[in-house]
Design a binder for this molecule. Structure first.
Ligand SMILES: [Zn+2]
Length: 78
């Protein structure tokens, strides 16, 4: 997916727009795309949780490893 990188220093979940998604890629190759609202209320994530803190919290469901290899926020592409 050719997304546009959002250049913000440290946004919280509340700062993300409706059309922005969080992308996670693990070393094993598993790639996940998640809308911010799907994460709020899970894993202890709240609206004021910093998006980059997810990098340390998230564990790959396939290989159970962390940290993730890549982590970025992009505009949702239809
Ligand atoms: Zn993995």
């Amino acid at each position: 997916m050719a997304g546009t990188f959002i250049d913000r220093t440290d946004p919280s979940f509340d700062d993300l727009g409706r059309r922005e998604v969080i992308n996670l890629r693990c070393k094993c190759g598993r790639e996940v795309q998640i809308a911010p609202y799907q994460l709020i209320g899970q894993h202890g994530i709240r609206k004021d949780t910093k998006v980059w803190s997810l990098r340390d919290r998230f564990r790959c469901t396939k290989c159970k490893r962390r940290p993730l290899e890549n982590f970025w926020v992009a505009k949702w592409q239809d």
